[in-house]
Design a protein around this ligand. Sequence first.
Ligand SMILES: Cc1cc2nc3c(=O)[nH]c(=O)nc-3n(C[C@H](O)[C@H](O)[C@H](O)COP(=O)(O)OP(=O)(O)OC[C@H]3O[C@@H](n4cnc5c(N)ncnc54)[C@H](O)[C@@H]3O)c2cc1C
Length: 398
Amino acid sequence: MVDRADVAVVGAGPSGLAASCLVAEAGLAVTLLAGSAPVAGDDPRTVALMQPSIRLLAHLGLWPGELTAQSAPLWRLKLVDDTAGLVTSGPVVFDAREIGREPFGWNIPIGALTGALEQRARSLGVDILGEEAARLQTSGAAALLRTATGVSLSARVVLGADGRGSLVRAAARIAAVEWSYDQVAIASSFDHSAPHLDTSVEYHKDAGPLTTVPMPGQRSSLVWLERPERADTLASMSEEDFARSLQAALHGDLGVVSGIGTRKLFPMRGLTAVAFARNRVMLLGEAAHVLPPIGAQGLNLSLRDAATAAELIAGAAKFGDDPGGPDLLERFDRMRRRDVVPRQGVVDAVNRSLLAGSFLPHGARVLGLMLAANIGPLRRRIMHQGLGPVELPRVMRG
Ligand SMILES: Cc1cc2nc3c(=O)[nH]c(=O)nc-3n(C[C@H](O)[C@H](O)[C@H](O)COP(=O)(O)OP(=O)(O)OC[C@H]3O[C@@H](n4cnc5c(N)ncnc54)[C@H](O)[C@@H]3O)c2cc1C
C-alpha cells in the first residue's frame, strides 16, 4: 500500500523538524521520515541562533518558554587575534546595543531545541515515522519514497533534510562539491569562576578558532578547532588536564575552568550542493550546505532554508499550483543560493586565513579586524549582515 502526503520530509534534525512544523501549520499533510536514531540524542552542542531564527521559534509558540530558561542571551561578540603572526590586531567587540535594543540572539542546547520542535510537530499533526528513507524515485507528478522496512510514501514534493550524507540529494541526482579541512572541532561545555558578561568570544588561533558561548549562570559552551592529532589528545585527556589546557588557551579570561561536560569531536568538512532543488526535491540544512562552526551561520542558514521552503510551498498550495513544480524549485534554488554561497565563502576564507600560515591571507584578516575595530559604520554593517539577509521569509521578519 502507498501512503500519500502533500509533503514528505526526510530527516528529523532541526532543519527537517522546523520545516515540518511550518508546512503543517499552513494546513498541508506532512509525513516526516525520522530515521531510527533518537531525535534529540546525546549531543553536547549548543547553537547560537540569531534574532530571525528566534522569531521563527516565537511564531511556532516555542519562544519565550521552556527553551528560554535553558538558553543565554548574546549581547556581545568579541574577536581576539590570538595567532603567533608578526602582525596582530587588538580585539574587536561587536555590541548589540550599537544597533538596537535586543541581543544578537540566544545560545540554545541543540538537544532541547530538537526536542521542543519534535513536540510541536506532533501537536501540529505531522505524521512522524521512525523509518529510514532507503529509495526515492522522482519522475512524473509525484515523488515516491520507500523506507528500509518497505513502507511506500508518495508526495508532491520531498524536503531532503537528511544531513551531509543525504540519500535524498543523491537520489534526486544532485551532485555536491565537498572538501575537508585539516581540523577537528571539540564541542563541549564548562564552568568558569569569572562571569561571561553575555559575551561570546572567538579566539583566532593558528589551528583555527576557539569559541566560547555563554550559557545560563557561570557556564559556557565550547567549540575548539584544532589539528586532528591535538584534538584527539585533548579529547582523551582527564577532565582536570583538559580544564587546565582550556584555561591556558583562554589566557585565564574566564577565571578557573572546571565542570567539563561531554566532549564530542566533529571533523571539519565543507559541502555545497550544485543545486538546492531539483526533481521534486528541495534540500535543507546540511543536505545542501556544510560549513565550519565560525560566526554561528550553519543552523541559522538551515532555518532560513526551512522557512523559505514552507513559504513557497504554502503559497503554491493556496493557488492550486504544484508545490514540486520546476518553476517553484528554481525560485527556491535562486533565493537560497543568494544567502548561502557568500556566507560560506566568508567562513571558508576566515578559516583558511588561519590555516594557511602565509602572510597575505593572515594580513588581510588582521587588516579586516583593525578596520572593524576602528570604523563604526563598517562595524555596524557587519553586525547587520551577521544577523541575516535583508530579504527574510515572513515568519522571520521583525
Ligand atoms: C561543533 C558545532 C557547533 C555548531 N554551532 C552552531 C551555532 O552556534 N549556530 C548555528 O547556526 N549552527 C551551528 N552549527 C551547525 C548546526 O549544528 C548544523 O547546521 C545543524 O545541526 C544541521 O542540522 P540538520 O537538521 O540540517 O542536519 P542533522 O542534524 O545532521 O540532521 C539530519 C537528520 O537526518 C537523519 N537521516 C539521515 N539519513 C536519513 C534517512 N535516509 N532517512 C531518515 N532520516 C535520515 C539523521 O539521523 C539526522 O537526524 C554547529 C555545528 C557544529 C559541528
